[in-house]
Design a protein around this ligand. Structure first.
Ligand code: MV4
Length: 451
């Protein structure tokens, strides 16, 4: 078992990983930028190394500084968390070359799943349902026109190096294809230095339902059921829940089996997430595979009483998994609390938290690194806390979330708490009747109207 793990991340996920390491008796090394010198993960770690100034590319993304920190503290493993270097194949490779265990996927696996057209071709070969479309990359525009005719409009153009919606265009008729092709390739080249595109039949008003999987070094995999992540704004998840209100027992078994088949086919090691698009007829299609722990992992932990970070560490240390699949015993909802103003187009609101009172009580979990007096730096993403409620039923979990949101006091900065509070009263949300289109029509009630 590892003696010392360096946590190559910040904020709530750094604290989350620290907690499990401590419970496992593993020593911890925090890395931090000068903007995070007062952050809790620095204070709670056994050792802490400053790796640079606030800009991410000079600190949390600076591979040489993170490897140097691991060398000087003699860490035998690195946990990358999510974001930053968690799906950086080069970093995974460099860790391996320095004989430091990367608690995540191999460089080959990251590259394979990171290239969306390759990932899809792999899943198709594994027998996992995929959206009908091009066989891999589209050679040129003439082929694009031909393919769109074969697939039939509407189609979705996607960047193979993309993900999270970048370099993606929905095209409803042929006359719009050229502009979509040009602008998608331009956006992808700018963002990823790669403009290769592939095409799919457009799935209208889909739900985003993902399956958590864990694979071990013996090639065995299991699934831990689903998370519904359909409530998103500009491809940023706002809230997630398990079980999905759209799920049925038979669909869960089919999607779980497909995710396990995918993981075992590619011999996936560690925690991973297979993302699916689900249409209104409950057909499901492979979308992407993420080779990292995800922000929303706590709701899965809550409904099956499981520690996913612990599982990642055990698998990385070569411990085989039990192999049993898990099904939700409770209902859990996560609301991402961001330092953003929902009354002003969710614009970021960094600054000093002058007063904070966190909710508590049975079935309330808060994963956060912030505290009264904490200064939210402007350099990183705006998420400051995850509020998770768990109960026997969806209705009770929603009621608990309402009560917890009403208790949650954060002063000095704007937050998305008012958005989540209104969401919990929205008839379509309460009915579980929402797709990835939900936020397109959502409007905040003005302040004075709020009861
Ligand atoms: C799609 C789709 C409809 N049809 N693919 C969004 C980002 C990336 N995960 C893929 N995405 C989509 N791919 C086909 N063939 C609709 C989306 C989509 C979406 C998917 C999940 C969650 C939110 C979304 C918001 C807009 C579009």
């Amino acid at each position: 078992m590892f003696k010392k793990i360096l946590i190559a991340n910040r904020g709530e996920i750094a604290l989350r990983i620290l907690r499990t390491c401590k419970e496992m008796g593993i020593s911890t090394v925090a890395v931090y930028s000068t903007a995070d010198a007062e952050s809790l993960h620095v204070r709670f770690a056994d050792e802490a190394v400053c790796i640079g100034p606030p800009p991410s590319n000079l600190s949390y993304l600076k591979i040489s500084n993170i490897i140097a920190a691991a060398e000087i503290t003699n860490a035998d493993a690195i946990h990358p968390g999510y974001g930053f270097l968690s799906e950086n194949a080069k970093f995974s490779k460099i860790c391996e070359e320095h004989d430091i265990k990367f608690i995540g996927a191999s460089a080959e696996m990251i590259s394979k799943m990171g290239d969306k057209a390759t990932a899809k071709a792999t899943m198709k070969a594994a027998g996992v349902p995929c959206v009908p479309g091009s066989e891999g990359i589209i050679k040129d525009f003439p082929e694009c026109i031909k393919l769109a005719k074969e697939v039939g409009y509407p189609v979705m153009l996607k960047a193979t190096a993309g993900g999270g919606g970048k370099g993606m265009r929905a095209v409803w008729k042929e006359e719009d294809l050229q502009d979509a092709w040009d602008s998608a390739r331009q956006e992808s080249a700018a963002a990823f230095d790669n403009n290769d595109m592939y095409m799919e039949k457009l799935i209208e008003e889909p739900r985003h339902i993902e399956i958590q999987i864990v694979g071990d070094s013996t090639g065995k995999a299991c699934h831990l059921s689903e998370r519904d992540c359909s409530v998103q704004r500009r491809h940023q998840k706002l809230t997630e829940e398990t079980p999905s209100p759209f799920m049925t027992d038979s669909l869960r078994k089919k999607m779980g089996a497909a995710a396990v088949k995918a993981a075992e086919y590619i011999k996936y090691e560690g925690a991973g997430t297979v993302e699916f698009l689900v249409d209104k007829h409950r057909n499901f299609y492979f979308m992407e595979m993420n080779t990292r722990i995800q922000v929303e992992h706590p709701i899965t932990e809550q409904v099956i009483d499981y520690d996913l970070i612990r599982e990642q560490i055990l698998v990385a240390a070569g411990v085989p998994i039990s192999g049993k699949n898990y099904f939700p015993q409770l209902h859990s909802i996560e609301c991402r609390i961001n330092a953003e103003d929902p009354y002003n187009n969710f614009r970021p609101s960094p600054g000093k938290i002058t007063n904070l009172h966190a909710p508590g009580g049975h079935g309330v979990r808060i994963d956060t690194h912030v505290y009264s007096g904490y200064v939210i730096p402007p350099n990183y993403d705006s998420m400051i806390a995850k509020l998770i409620t768990t109960a026997q039923s969806r209705e009770e979990a929603i009621n608990k979330m309402k009560r917890a949101l009403d208790e949650f006091v954060i002063e000095g900065v704007k937050t998305t708490i008012p958005f989540h509070r209104q969401l919990m009263d929205h008839p379509d949300y309460v009915e579980g009747n929402y797709t990835t289109k939900f936020m397109e029509d959502f409007k905040m009630k003005p302040l004075e109207e709020e009861d």
